[in-house]
Design a protein around this ligand. Structure first.
Ligand code: NAP
Length: 288
């Protein structure tokens, strides 16, 4: 069997069309929503920031970046976030990973103002997701589900296996899948006999950051495989799923060009929600 390749580019294009329609409807005196990216000194974060800036410029959305020094500590981080929280020209704030060593993911969750939290990292947005009432959900896992919906792949009632439990991808993905009525198994680095569980998946989601972790013999014939992994090897981007999995799976997201482009489009969608321009979409209910 040769898997159907689930390109993220066409998904991102359809989200862009939707975003442009929403922006076209706003009042003429309504300034474009603006994203502020907090940018660490890291090449992959900088590459991601360039992709966001390019896409936001095409969509006529505002974008600015603030560089975070490697030596930044929590109190300096708090000052930056407080200033951005009070700045009315800032609609959304995105803290790109990896955070400087002096700032933990826990302090990011505590300090991020929930009403400007474009990627759902604050305690409030994470808590809403945990109780099944999300308002802003993290863009990468939400993008994964939007991608499946775009291709007409059903989630409800199916067994979803998620590799990875980080607060950025795996954990919120598992919660979003639960909210969409999947039966969910979460795996991580301490899971014994990973292949025994992955072979039970109707839908396999991989977000481990471990290049080509998933091999063809770990996938049930006909399963759908969504690869979030991005690693650089010999100057090329590669995912967490060995491309030979395409011989077994019924559908597979490529790397690059799969979940990545959808993530940046969903960031723009989340920004519109923070700006009050997008009340509902298929995955998230109206604002509380
Ligand atoms: P992370 O914080 O390092 O978390 C990785 C998770 O995978 C952890 O829960 C870890 O388990 C688990 N894991 C690692 N190796 C494993 C193994 N051999 N077997 C089973 N589980 C394993 O990474 P992240 O921020 O979630 O990112 C994951 C990947 O997604 C990275 O490649 C990242 O670059 C990529 N990413 C992609 C997008 C996109 O738009 N496509 C966006 C964000 C991130 P423990 O919890 O036990 O350590």
């Amino acid at each position: 069997m040769a898997a159907r390749i689930l390109s993220g580019k066409s998904v991102a294009e359809s989200l862009h069309t939707r975003i442009q329609q929403v922006l076209a409807r706003r009042a003429p005196d309504h300034k474009p929503p603006t994203l502020t990216a907090l940018l660490p000194n890291d090449p992959s974060a900088q590459a991601y920031a360039r992709a966001i800036r390019k896409q936001f410029s095409t969509l006529h959305l505002g974008y600015q970046a603030i560089r975070l020094e490697d030596t930044l500590d929590e109190s300096e981080f708090q000052i930056i976030l407080k200033r951005l929280a009070e700045d009315e020209s800032v609609t959304g704030i995105l803290a790109l990973q990896p955070l400087p060593k002096g700032v933990s993911r826990g302090s990011l969750a505590r300090l991020m103002p929930p009403t400007k939290d474009v990627d759902g990292v604050s305690f409030e947005q994470q808590g809403r997701l945990a109780i099944g009432s999300p308002w802003i959900a993290p863009s990468t896992p939400l993008g994964g589900l939007i991608l499946l919906q775009h291709y007409g792949i059903e989630v409800a009632g199916r067994h979803a296996v998620v590799i990875g439990r980080s607060p950025v991808v795996g954990r919120p993905l598992a919660l979003l899948l639960l909210a969409r009525d999947a039966t969910v198994t979460i795996c991580h680095s301490r899971t014994p006999d990973l292949a025994r569980l992955t072979r039970q998946a109707d839908l396999l989601f991989v977000a481990a950051g471990h290049p080509h972790l998933v091999k063809p013999d770990m996938v049930a014939p006909g399963a759908v495989v969504v690869d979030f992994g991005v690693s650089v090897r010999d100057g090329r981007l590669i995912g967490d799923v060995d491309p030979a999995v395409a011989e077994v799976a019924s559908a597979l997201t490529p790397v690059p060009g799969g979940t990545g482009p959808v993530t940046t489009a969903v960031l723009a969608l989340n920004l519109l929600r923070l700006a009050g321009l997008l009340e509902e979409h298929d995955f998230l209910p109206a604002a509380p």
